[in-house]
Write a protein that binds this ligand. Structure first.
Ligand code: FES
Ligand SMILES: [Fe+2]
Length: 276
C-alpha cells in the first residue's frame, strides 16, 4: 500500500512515482552529516556527478549547481537540499535543469543507536500513470548505488572516529620488516594510528626520498591509503582534497593539513619509524 506523503509544492503536477527503503548501520549524526555534505557528490559519487558549485550551505542544507554526464550529454541542474531535523527528513529539489520540479523526500526512522531505516519518496512532475512505476524503479536503482557508496563512507568514518586518540605515545618505535619494505606503499600501525610509508618515485625532485603520511584524511577521516600517490600528492576519495605528502599542505584550496607523522630513520641496515 502506498503511503500518503504530499510533495511540498502541491500546486504543481507532481506524481509520486516510487520509493526506496533501506536499513542503514549508521547513527543519525552520520546520516545528517552525509545529507549536508554537498562536497562529496562528484568524488564519492563520481559515476553520478561530474562537478558541484555550491551557492549556499549551512545547518539548514545547501543549494548548488551540479553537472552530470560529459560533452554533448552534459546536464546542468540547480539542486537544493533542505534538512528538517524536527521532522527527521530532508527534501531535495531540482530547481532548474532537465529534471526541474523533481522532489525527493527522505525520511529517517531511528531503529537503534546506530541503525536507521530510510524511506525515500520520488515525486516527478507530469508522469503518465502507466510510466510511473518504470520511472520510480529507475530512481530507486540510482539511489541504491548512491547509498552503497554512502554507507561505506559513513561506516568507515564512524570506525575512525571510534578509534581516534587524543595523543600519541611518542616513545614507540616501529621497525619495518624486509617484507614491508618490499611491498611499498605499506600501511602500518603505530601509536594507535595508521600511516602510509612510501618512497617518492624517481621522477620526483626529491628522488626516492621516504614519505610517511596519515592513512586518514584530516577533513573527515577519509581513507587516503586507498589512493595512489601521484608526484608527491595524494587525493582523498571522499571530497577530493589533495595533499602534498612532503609538506602536509592541502594543495586544493582547503585550510586543513595532514597531521603529524613519524619519520623514517635508516641505520645499520635497519629501517625504523620514530617520532622526532
Ligand atoms: S574526508 Fe573529505 S576530503 Fe578527505
Ligand atoms: Fe552521498
Amino acid at each position: 500500500m502506498k503511503h500518503e506523503f504530499a510533495p511540498a509544492s502541491s500546486d504543481s503536477h507532481l506524481n509520486h512515482v516510487g520509493s526506496y527503503r533501506r536499513r542503514l548501520p549508521v547513527s543519525l549524526d552520520r546520516m545528517y552529516e552525509n545529507a549536508l555534505d554537498w562536497q562529496h557528490l562528484p568524488h564519492l559519487h563520481s559515476s553520478s556527478f561530474e562537478s558541484i558549485n555550491c551557492e549556499s550551505a549551512g545547518g539548514w542544507g545547501w543549494r548548488a549547481t551540479v553537472t552530470s554526464g560529459k560533452g554533448e550529454a552534459l546536464i546542468v541542474s540547480e539542486l537544493e537540499l533542505c534538512l528538517d531535523r524536527d521532522a527527521r527528513r530532508w527534501i531535495t529539489r531540482n530547481l532548474s535543469g532537465p529534471n526541474a520540479g523533481v522532489e525527493i523526500w527522505t525520511h529517517v526512522f531511528v531503529v537503534a543507536d546506530r541503525v536507521l531505516d530510510i524511506v525515500v519518496d520520488f515525486f516527478v512532475p507530469n508522469v503518465p500513470v502507466e510510466a510511473r512505476e518504470k520511472v520510480g524503479r529507475a530512481y530507486a536503482r540510482a539511489y541504491e548505488v548512491l547509498y552503497d557508496e554512502d554507507v561505506d563512507m559513513m561506516t568507515e568514518r564512524q570506525k575512525q572516529l571510534d578509534l581516534r586518540l587524543d595523543g600519541v605515545d611518542e616513545s614507540e618505535v616501529l621497525g619495518l620488516s624486509s617484507q614491508t619494505l618490499a611491498s611499498l606503499p605499506a600501511k602500518v600501525a603505530m601509536s594507535g594510528r595508521s600511516f602510509v610509508v612510501d618512497k617518492l618515485g624517481t621522477a620526483e625532485s626529491d628522488d626516492g626520498a621516504w614519505v610517511v603520511y596519515p592513512a586518514q584524511c584530516p577533513h573527515q577521516l577519509g581513507p587516503l591509503d586507498e589512493m595512489s600517490m601521484d608526484r608527491g600528492t595524494v587525493r582523498c576519495p571522499w571530497h577530493g582534497y589533495v595533499f602534498d605528502v612532503r609538506t602536509g599542505e592541502c594543495v586544493s584550496g582547503s585550510h586543513c593539513r595532514l597531521g603529524r607523522v613519524p619519520r623514517v630513520l635508516e641505520s645499520e641496515g635497519r629501517v625504523e619509524l620514530r617520532w622526532l
